[in-house]
Design a protein around this ligand. Sequence first.
Ligand code: ZN
Length: 159
Amino acid sequence: MRGIRGIAVLALLLGAPAAHADPCSLTIESNDLMQFSARELAVPPDCTTVEVTLRNVGKLPARVMGHDWVLAKEGDLPAIVNAGLAAGLAHGYVAANDPRVVAATRLVGGGESATVQFSTAALVPGGRYAFFCSSPGHSSVMRGRFVFGGSGRLAQASK
Ligand code: ZN
């Protein structure tokens, strides 16, 4: 059921005209069903700064169904998740000053949103980056690919 709904949401996104004039500024949504609205985000290589806004369109509070948006190298994801679990809710499930974290929003509950801006100086074009939610248990489903220097469009719905 979860998968079918996810595809429907993604299809809506793919069918919509480009919502942002600025390709370096992205918005992604999350909900009470533990879903992100996209499985892949891409920014063109000429973005020196990227801005990502996470909107939680759910209704549940952050301590129950809070979400954040964390960007890192794909291979660093498990270690960041474990360190975030140890850090706990008080730290939004992201360890303070974790050098592996490229960018992270705060944890937001239903109806809230958060924006993070980060430099792309540390990113390698074509590198394997992942975004995910660090809430306990969420990253197994709330994750996607972040493409820096890719085609600049939302990608394949298949998965
Ligand atoms: Zn989450």
